[in-house]
Ligand binder design. Structure first.
Ligand code: ARG
Length: 580
């Protein structure tokens, strides 16, 4: 509601400028405060006092002019001048009551569906198939998935693209090792992909013969050799299975159908280079084909190249990204393309986006957005590593989270049957890992800390999941269904109004996520809702309310709070439990 008052005042200032009451160049900061005593309204603003001097008026007179010029808004029932020139705003309670009751009977709990749905391509997760997925891909997968869910909830047409790294020279080495194993009559074992990669790299480094075979196989693969392609496909499908199993475990909505990796663009790469040639954008540098865009310079002032073809004829990461942009803009007809990729690739994306627009692979109407994320660090503030210094495997991390969560739930519920304990513990463990990541500003690095993320206090998954079960248990006791309760709501107590006001902000929050791709704003919001619910619950008895009407009204408000927390967590890809 603060934002409503703010918008009204800023509109009014414009009107007063047109009327000549205020000079064109005034642009005051609008400070709106919550009033302590509600007989003075819900919000107060000192704007008339700030502008009185430049306007050459006395503050109360200016406040009067402001109130007279202010457009009517159904959300504000009254405005009054107080003291030396404050303007007090009274929120229209019946409007708020109506909103709560409308949201309660709405399938989308008051979220407006987009008037003109956009086609939004989201590139996320996108691991390299040559190796096992590691913690670095966790962020991309879960942040991307949360934004995808929010966009779909708003009614946009979302196309998921898992741009896996399934091409490149390292595949020669892997295929050579596969071949060697098969020739030795050993069964192909890709259960431990990481080990397989290390072993092939070992062979590559120790044997010249092996290395030559690896190089041969890359060339054969790239020229479409059937045998090589069969080996390659076999390898990728096993590796992809690993990823799909992890998505399932993490509740990430990506499937095999969303995979369109680097190799999918192989046949388009030459034409990308041809088009760049035609557009006179290519320059040869040390035998390689490059584009130099003046806006990308290093510290010394040298223009940084975008290399699209190596001297030997091979294409690069940037080339497939250009082809992917062309496909997404022209074939998929994207209005926006969002990339959830490590912040360290920012230069790559900025260059490729600028070039794609310049070369016409995507028209200027297509918005290309790199939504980068920082690094996940260990307690020491350095990139997350195992005790022996290796990269942490995602699977191991999740195993540990689940184990710790099961122990935690057990300590709180010593009598819970083992099976239920396991189910709840697993949900809590995975949610804790996801939520800890989602609740941080994605652009920043963050420190991974099991104790913190598994705490039942503070802005954590366990706290919020528990907050939800508290709402659920009220309905359990009342013998009512939270999801179907509807009807009128009467907001008398301040705690009721505070909660209702917060609940009405849900659409704004979702809109922000869609625009900026920052799920942490949703996390903070759910956390605030949970906090306001808890103080409402403390101050306003529900089941023991004074009258039946008051009890039902409070139950309805509680239901909307519960549904909002559940829907919010759901959009973050976090499941709620009815009890824990
Ligand atoms: N496979 C890349 C990596 O792991 C990420 C790919 C991101 N998407 C893209 N279109 N370049 O670093």
């Amino acid at each position: 509601m603060k934002s409503v008052v703010e918008a009204l005042l800023s509109q009014t200032i414009d009107i007063l400028k047109q009327q000549g009451v205020l000079a064109e160049d005034v642009s005051p900061r609008i400070n709106i405060s919550n009033t302590k005593d509600k007989s003075h309204g819900d919000f107060a603003c000192n704007i008339a006092m700030m502008l009185a001097k430049p306007a050459g008026m006395n503050p109360r007179d200016l406040a009067d002019k402001i109130i007279t010029a202010m457009p009517k808004d159904p959300r504000i029932s009254d405005t009054q001048i107080a003291g030396p020139g404050f303007i007090n705003f009274f929120v229209n309670d019946s409007w708020l009551e109506q909103q709560v009751s409308d949201a309660l009977s709405d399938k989308y709990i008051g979220i407006k569906r987009a008037d003109t749905p956009q086609t939004i391509v989201v590139d996320y997760s996108s691991p390299n198939l040559a190796k096992e997925m590691h913690v670095g891909h966790l962020r991309s997968s879960i942040i991307g998935d949360a934004v995808v869910r929010a966009l779909e909830f708003q009614g946009h047409n979302v196309i998921r693209q898992n741009h896996v790294g399934d091409w490149g020279t390292q595949f020669g080495m892997l295929l050579a090792y596969m071949e060697e194993q098969q020739n030795n009559g050993e069964a192909l074992d890709l259960a431990d992909l990481e080990g397989f990669y290390r072993a092939s790299k070992g062979r590559f480094d120790e044997s010249e013969e092996f290395a030559n075979r690896a190089r041969e196989l890359v060339v054969a693969l790239q020229s479409g050799d059937e045998y090589c392609n069969k080996l390659w496909a076999e390898f990728n499908s096993i590796s992809l299975e690993h990823c799909l199993a992890l998505y399932k475990r993490l509740g990430v909505s990506l499937t095999a159908a969303d995979v369109r990796g680097e190799s999918a663009y192989n046949n388009d790469l030459q034409s990308i280079v041809d088009e760049l040639t035609k557009a006179n954008l290519l320059t040869e540098s040390n035998g390689a084909q490059c584009v130099f865009l003046d806006e990308f310079k290093n510290k010394e002032g040298d223009v940084l190249p975008i290399i699209v073809q190596k001297s030997g004829g091979g294409f690069l990461y940037a080339t497939s990204d250009l082809a992917a942009i062309r496909y997404r803009a022209q074939q998929l007809k994207a209005d926006r393309v969002l990339y959830f990729v490590d912040q360290r690739q920012a230069l790559h994306f900025n260059q490729v986006f600028a070039l794609a627009h310049k070369a016409g692979f995507a028209s200027d109407h297509v918005s290309l957005e790199h939504l980068g994320f920082g690094t996940m660090n260990g307690e020491d503030g350095k990139p997350f590593k195992t005790r022996s210094g290796g990269t942490v495997k995602l699977v191991d991390l999740l195993d540990e989270a689940e184990e710790r969560a099961i122990a935690l739930v057990r300590s709180k519920n010593p009598d819970m049957p083992e099976q239920e304990l396991e189910k709840i513990g697993k949900a809590v463990g995975i949610s804790a890992v996801k939520y800890a990541d989602l609740s941080k500003d994605r652009a920043r690095d963050y420190i991974f800390n099991f104790d913190q993320m598994l705490s039942f206090e503070g802005n954590t998954a366990p706290y919020l999941m528990y907050a939800y079960t508290r709402v659920a248990s009220i309905f359990d006791k009342a013998g009512l269904d939270m999801n179907s309760i509807q009807g009128e709501v009467k907001l008398d107590a301040k705690k009721e109004k505070d909660l209702a006001n917060k609940l009405m902000q849900f659409p704004e929050i979702l809109e922000r996520i869609s625009q900026r791709g920052q799920p942490h704003t949703l996390c903070s919001y759910i956390y605030e809702v949970a906090g306001l619910f808890s103080s409402f619950y403390e101050h306003c008895p529900i089941l023991s309310a004074e009258t039946e009407a008051q009890k039902m009204s409070r139950l309805r408000l509680a239901a909307l709070a519960g549904k909002t927390i559940k829907q919010g967590l759901n959009l973050l890809g976090i499941e709620t439990l009815e009890r824990m």
